[in-house]
Design a protein around this ligand. Sequence first.
Ligand SMILES: CC(=O)N[C@H](C=O)[C@@H](O)[C@H](O)[C@H](O)CO
Ligand SMILES: CC(=O)C(=O)O
Length: 320
Amino acid sequence: MASPKKKLQGLVAATITPMTEHGEINFSVIGRYVDYLVEEQGVKSIFVNGTTGEGLSLSISERRQVAEEWVTQGRNKLDQVVIHVGALSLKESQELARHAAEIGADGIAVIAPFFLKPGNKDVLINFLKEVAAAAPALPFYYYHIPALTGVKIRAEELLDRIQEKIPTFQGLKFSDTDLLDFGQCVDQNRQRQFALLFGVDEQLLSALVMGATGAVGSTYNYLGKKTNQMLEAFERKDFSSALNHQFCIQRFINFVFKLGFGVSQTKAIMTLVSGIPMGPPRPPLQKPSREFMAAAEAKLKSLDFLSSTDLKDGSLDSWS
Ligand SMILES: CC(=O)N[C@H](C=O)[C@@H](O)[C@H](O)[C@H](O)CO
Ligand SMILES: CC(=O)C(=O)O
């Protein structure tokens, strides 16, 4: 059994994996990145090697090193460091799970295998159970992201008596817009023993109303402060302010969606806003265009997510 753990709650930033211009991992900026999240964004928990971290584009050895660096740099600064250990190979996933336990991570998360796919929930649970068993002392989270994995098994079905099969099961990261499915996860979780973390940043307020206990997302890297203001307004039942914050966040996300938005753009935007160089993404992803960056920068400024004085080495002048 996992030791009774502090519950994972609030905002969890899905960390970017910083890279050098040559495509190697840039470990040297991770310490600064931790400080930035805590001090500038008020974000104290992280989700490492997930979608935003290009976890599935890294080698197993890189994933181990990245996990280790975040745990080391986050010590005494971060509340929780959750490592995504999902992989197509069960063996690799188990190796990463064991490693996460060894280095003292606070939890592990796993996506559904997405090439040879599980055909039903029992088969999926069986796979997850094998990974979870490799780290029997670590809280386990299922990472539901059907649009990217192509595995459309509803989360609500999976939750049904899951702790009987996976004793360390602690919750899910729900990255889908199906609020019926999400609501039913909450409804089944009446004892509130699970963390139900929402993963669609532009719709977080709706998920809070539906009972989300926290959120994991890419935009909390640079819109964490703004999103925390929304959470605070929601807590004090000031729904009109909460909605204003959500709309403001939506204006930005909607704007970049129309230009084409994904992990590459997230890396570039974070570089711009934080001044910490995140570097290029790894192929097949490509650096966003200069046009994208100019438009995103203007939008960030107009929404007050970026002041001109904030621009350090992340500024467009260094954009090639
Ligand atoms: C597909 C994807 O990367 N989803 C992220 C987390 O699950 C989100 O944080 C989105 O990046 C965000 O909601 C913007 O769409
Ligand atoms: C957004 C998220 O949780 C991820 O990048 O995996």
